[in-house]
Design a protein around this ligand. Structure first.
Ligand SMILES: NC(=O)c1ccc[n+]([C@@H]2O[C@H](COP(=O)([O-])OP(=O)(O)OC[C@H]3O[C@@H](n4cnc5c(N)ncnc54)[C@H](O)[C@@H]3O)[C@@H](O)[C@H]2O)c1
Length: 385
């Protein structure tokens, strides 16, 4: 395999997770992967990333404050892990390179940027992939496999529940404001909306949401500003093929185990995936395993798949090894012309669904999704109560 030299743009919490996983991708596959450029305006994060990268064997890793300081001829792949509100401008800056790009979710933060990105990316000569790690979590992947096996019959209802801890603190507190993130249902829940499209295999036609910031961040002040990010919501989505889906998000449920539950119900049975949260947030070593359970309608015993996560992959991040699995598939797309599994269009659709849910919460009305495909002077995406 040809050497792949990565530039990592944004070296905060998730940038560090990508560095640890890229080292595993190199070591576990014997691939020649080198991280050569770490770009971040924040000196502390940049230096921490350079020292981590070097300790992981990237001996030529160097730090840069700006993307424009990096010599493009020394880079084969760009990995964007900066805050959401920077993604659109960074992608635009990278397009003339024509190089492969892996861009963290959400691919952008507004519907206008969605339209613009699709236009700019049409005919892009290299893989452009939106990082949607939740697709690659082993319990989610097994859930998909069993869903596609047809054992539940025809899918009719899909629900995704996430009960978790509040948003973590970020560099410069960018995630406290919807104008930076796109709003909670774009920032966090684009993962869930992406999973819904993948699992239902259809497009949304109507979105109705109810949510607010009821518990978290109420006492926080940044200068004169108070955060405006939703911490709990229900969202119901009708899909074109008649499947109904729902999302239940609660971000003041720190002690919940599992953190996520996926449920698919068809005319022959029900499938659940139970997904624990990241180990590092639990003080004890209590065993918390992931499983996928099929419950047939005939009341015969449910069948349970327990999933073991490779400890090296689990230790490399908060996402059950999914960051590693996604990188492997991305490298295959780059090196072998493999399929781009999460396209710009997928990334953009997930943003649009989140933005439609935010707009439904703001207005109290169901949103007809087709009418939400262009910006049409949408008002800002604040929190309704
Ligand atoms: N897929 C997932 O599960 C997942 C999980 C966490 C974060 N993320 C995404 O990763 C991205 C980063 O999140 P994070 O948690 O690492 O945030 P963070 O605040 O910890 O780190 C972001 C870093 O980007 C830097 N930065 C700001 N502007 C920049 C610019 N123009 N160019 C380069 N670097 C810049 C900041 O200084 C900071 O060090 C976000 O888009 C977030 O949504 C994805």
């Amino acid at each position: 395999m040809k050497t792949l030299r990565y530039a990592v743009i944004g070296t905060g919490m998730m940038g560090h997770e990508h560095l640890r996983n890229l080292a595993l991708v190199r070591d576990m596959n014997g691939w020649d992967i080198q991280v050569t450029a770490l770009i971040d305006p924040n000196e502390e994060m940049r230096e921490s990333a350079v020292s981590l990268a070097r300790s992981l064997g990237n001996l030529h890793a160097n730090g840069y404050a700006k993307l424009s300081e990096v010599d493009d001829s020394s880079i084969d792949i760009y990995l964007i892990v900066s805050p959401n509100f920077t993604h659109h401008a960074i992608i635009t800056e990278l397009l003339p390179t024509g190089k492969p790009i892996l861009a963290e979710k959400p691919v952008c933060t507004t519907v206008a940027q969605c339209d613009d990105l699709l236009l700019r990316l049409a005919g892009y000569p290299s893989p452009f992939w939106v990082a949607m790690e939740y697709r690659y979590m082993p319990p989610t992947a097994r859930f998909m496999e069993r869903l596609n096996s047809g054992e539940i019959g025809t899918l009719r209802m899909l629900s995704i529940k996430e009960h978790r801890f509040p948003f973590l603190e970020k560099v410069g507190d960018w995630n406290r404001f919807s104008e930076n993130t796109g709003g909670t249902l774009v920032e966090k829940c684009c993962h869930h909306f992406d999973l819904m499209r993948l699992m239902v295999d259809s497009e949304p036609v109507r979105v109705f949401g109810s949510g607010a910031m009821d518990v978290n961040h109420l006492d926080e002040r940044y200068g004169t500003r108070t955060p405006d990010i939703i911490d709990n919501a229900y969202v119901i989505i009708d899909f074109a093929n008649g499947v109904r889906a729902s999302l239940e998000l609660c971000m003041f449920a720190d002690g919940a185990d599992p953190q996520e539950q996926l449920t698919a119900i068809g005319d022959r049975g029900k499938l659940d995936a139970f997904i624990p949260g990241p180990d590092r947030f639990w003080p004890d070593a209590r065993e918390r395993s992931a499983s996928v359970v099929f419950s047939p309608r005939d009341r015969s015993a449910p069948s349970i798949d327990r999933l073991e996560i490779d400890p090296a992959l689990a230790a490399a991040g908060d996402h059950h090894g999914s960051t590693y699995y996604q990188h492997v598939q991305f490298v295959r797309a780059v090196q072998e012309g493999g399929v781009v599994e999460v396209s710009a269009e997928d990334g953009v659709k997930a943003v649009r669904m989140g933005a439609a849910a935010q707009e439904s919460i703001r207005t109290g009305q169901a949103i007809v999704f087709d009418q939400f495909m262009t910006d049409a002077s949408l008002p800002s995406q604040g929190t309704a109560r």
